[in-house]
Structure formats: C-alpha cells, structure tokens
Design a binder for this molecule. Sequence first.
Ligand code: 6GU
Length: 240
Amino acid sequence: MRIDVVTIFPEFFDVLDISLLGRARQTGLLDVTAHNLREFTHDRHRTVDDTPYGGGAGMVMKPEPWGEALDSILPTETEAPGGDAPVVIFPSPAGTVFTQKMARELAQREHLVFGCGRYEGIDQRVFDHAATRAEVRLVSIGDYVLNGGEVAVMAMIEAIGRLIPGVVGNPESLVEESHEDGLLEYPSYTKPAAWRGLEVPPILLSGNHRAIDDWRRAQQIERTRTVRPDLLPPDLLPNE
Ligand code: 6GU
C-alpha cells in the first residue's frame, strides 16, 4: 500500500520508522511519504494561510499550495484510466467518525492520501477540486478537538497499516480484539496464577475450552454493556 501525507509538520511522521509499521516499510508492504506543504509555496515566507473571506477568527489554509501538492501526488487521468482510484482523506472534527470498519475498508485500497489541515481549516475549494479526480472523505477520530490533523492521521495509519496482510505476524491476533466482532475484548491473564493476593479466574485454569470460550464471551458482553452500551447489538440488549 502507498500512503502520502501532506502536512506542514512532516517530522511528525518520522516515528513511523519504528515498531511494526517500521518493519512493514522496510519489507516494502507499506510505502509512506510525508510531503511538506511549504515546498509547494513560491513566496519568501512560504505562506500557507490567510485571513478568512467574510471575516472571523483565525486563519484559513490557502488553496494554491494544496492544489500543487495534490497535483504532484495524484495520478493524471491518462496515468490512471479507471482502476483503483486513490482515496484522499482530510482529517477533520467535522468528518464522519473513523471506525474499525472504515479501517478494514481502507486497508483494501492501493493508495491513500492524507491532507493535514492546521489553523481554522482549509479553503473549501481544495476539497471540491480534489473530488473531481479522487474519492474524497472528511474523517474525524472522535468527538474532541485537536490542533491539527497530524495526530489523527498517525492514529488512522496505525489502525489501517496493521490490517494489511503480512504486517501483523500472527493474523489470528487481529481477530480476538476489541471492535473486531463489535464487542470489547475480554480480560486477559498470564502467570503467576496468584499475584498480590489476586487470583486468575479458576475457569481459565480448568482446561475446559468450551467453558472458557463461553466465559470470555460473557465477559465481553458484560464489559460492553457497562462501558459502551452504544456498541451492543440489539439481540444482546437487556430485556426491559
Ligand atoms: Cl481528524 N482532526 C482534528 N483537527 N481534530 C480532531 C479530529 C481530526 N478528530 C477529532 N478531533
């Protein structure tokens, strides 16, 4: 998978060199490039923002550097006739919420482009123009406000990257995780069987795998009911 990120802080993405995704990049499963938006300006001060039309607080990112940056990344019509068009994702608290389902979908794509906004936002025409040559999405990572899209994009790249076949060594470890089956994961224990007066639930030492599966499932449902009732499928909702 190819990922391009456009940002005024490309150094943010240096940490993608380490850990699981770092190895995926070394082995060629993942090709991530961070582009500095300021490289696409032409004035002495490398200006990327300006005051908003209509007035108001804060600054808005100018369209021209964004247009040139995306021109340099997106294939032209003749380079990519049909096929797997890139997805251009703009992190925004005004976007649709990023979920494990969206991560699974995006992990199937060949080419993702992330455009990190700062200040009060990006000139709307950048989105409108990008939509004429790619699939454009505004995506939020939750109901809170960040200063810019960089941290949100790091989170999305990690969630998507680990779903690319071969990135996570043991694919089975992807299955039994929170959100993969719509429920939160069950609690885990390892040795010793007793620690600081706290015992591992005896069922886990029973060797009865059928009973262990049932216990884990019940724990998942109970946890989800307690902390995230919004995630519970209707057939698991408590009866009135
Ligand atoms: Cl994707 N961007 C910013 N700037 N703030 C956010 C967000 C994204 N998701 C939640 N808050």
